[in-house]
Design a binder for this molecule. Structure first.
Ligand code: UDP
Length: 250
């Protein structure tokens, strides 16, 4: 059943994925800090990316910017919204560069690819070139969101995953899947093993923002929600181990 979580549902097993996109929020890089990047946390996530890549899966990454700046917060403080959104997009570039250093420190090749050209810093986004990087085994870190204000990096993740023909989006969070209410506030919250895009939208479940969910639905792109501290790691999750929720057609 896709619309009602049930106790004891078996963990769904995932198909074999060849190419995936990992989406993590900027906040996931803060560790115990209130702001910015926490190097040991960045290194832990980089190690998960390396472990996944070592299994032969091609890996794309989209990282948010909320640990540094969010457009909505800026505009609530009186800033012009589009300017604030560009600041948010620039924050994602900083995070992407931080993650690039950590992943390359583990011996992988990477490219930071920005939706807003900044040639001295990273590559501009050219779809065919990005595909080629993936084919050569490089990890592609897509930065600057979609390059447009009024969007989020969740939508950027869905867009890039669609353009790169990824098999799925893996959304790393603080919790081990999608619940019918906030498990941190409601001890009786029920976790879904599987849930449809439409139920996520109807019930406004906290997975990704609505435009990202709708885009994933329209492109038939599954979203796998898992905890970044899941013991079997991203490499295990991609093989169907551990706990996660799959968002997919109903
Ligand atoms: N942003 C944007 N267009 C995009 C992606 C991001 O304007 O395509 C801006 C927006 O202001 C957003 C900020 O960048 O608040 C940081 O991204 P996001 O909030 O998605 O980061 P996360 O919550 O994942 O850390």
């Amino acid at each position: 059943m896709l619309d009602a979580p049930e106790e004891g549902d078996p963990t769904p097993s995932l198909v074999t994925y060849k190419r995936v996109l990992l989406k993590i929020s900027g906040e996931a890089l803060m560790g115990t800090q209130q702001f910015g990047l926490h190097p040991p946390t960045v290194e832990r996530i980089a190690a998960q990316v390396k472990a996944l890549h070592d299994t032969g899966v091609e890996v794309c990454l989209v990282i948010g910017g909320g640990n540094i700046f969010r457009g909505l917060q800026g505009s609530a403080q009186g800033m012009e919204r589009t300017t604030a959104d560009y600041m948010g997009m620039l924050a994602t570039v900083m995070n992407a560069l931080g993650m690039q250093g950590a992943i390359e420190g583990l011996g992988l090749q990477t490219r930071v690819i920005s939706a807003i050209p900044m040639d001295q810093v990273c590559e501009p986004y050219i779809r065919r070139r990005a595909v080629r990087h993936l084919e050569k085994g490089r990890v592609c870190i897509f930065a600057a969101g979609t390059g447009n204000p009024y969007f989020t990096t969740d939508t950027a993740a869905t867009l890039r995953a669609s353009e790169m023909s990824c098999d799925a989006i893996f959304k790393g969070t603080q919790v081990d899947g999608v619940y019918d209410s906030d498990p941190k506030k409601n001890p009786d919250a029920k976790r879904y093993d599987r849930v449809s895009y439409d139920i996520v939208l109807q019930k406004n479940l906290k997975v990704m923002d609505a435009s990202a969910i709708a885009l994933a639905r329209d492109n038939g792109l599954p979203i796998i929600v898992f905890a970044l501290d899941e013991p079997c790691g991203l490499a295990g999750i991609v093989q169907g181990k551990g706990r996660f929720t799959i968002v997919e057609p109903g």
